[in-house]
Design a protein around this ligand. Structure first.
Ligand SMILES: [Fe+2]
Ligand SMILES: [Fe+2]
Length: 150
């Protein structure tokens, strides 16, 4: 029997993932408006990955007899340039990393191996999202720095 605190983490995770889908779809739409089609495609794939996370959480909640209820959507953060979009996405991913680390640690403490494995897997995927964004930001900043010194 899974306790209310694990269901609480699953609910917060659903809220995070649905917020992430909304943010990445928005960033894809902005990139398209700016004529950055490759970037738009990248954000669309991110949105699909976050939706797949929401699907895994939904299936786990249904297994536990709970209905998914993402009631706390975070407002989309955006900005007037790609760097600002990526900074907003970096924060989004780091919040997910913290949430999933805490959830996995709690499940380990109460010997809930199945939920620990789910949260741990999601933690690792969000961490790799955050690292990818950081690498992209580093590349962009280097390119801009070079452009300014030319
Ligand atoms: Fe996610
Ligand atoms: Fe993510």
């Amino acid at each position: 029997m899974v306790g209310p605190r694990v269901l609480g983490y699953l609910g917060r995770a659903m809220s995070h993932e649905m917020s992430a889908v909304q943010q990445y779809l928005t960033h894809a739409g902005l990139a398209r408006l700016w004529g950055l089609d490759d970037v738009a495609e990248h954000f669309r794939r991110e949105a699909a990955e976050e939706q797949e996370h929401a699907e895994r959480l939904t299936n786990r909640m249904l297994q536990l007899g709970a209905m998914p209820n993402a009631s706390q959507l975070t407002p989309v953060r955006a900005g007037p340039s790609l760097i600002e979009l990526l900074e907003a996405d970096r924060l989004l991913e780091l919040r997910a990393v913290d949430l999933y680390r805490e959830a996995a640690q709690y499940c380990a403490q109460i010997n809930d191996a199945e939920d620990r494995a789910l949260f741990h897997a999601l933690h690792d995927e969000e961490l790799s999202h955050a690292r990818e964004i950081e690498a992209w930001l580093d590349r962009l900043r280097r390119e801009y720095a070079q452009a300014w010194t030319r």
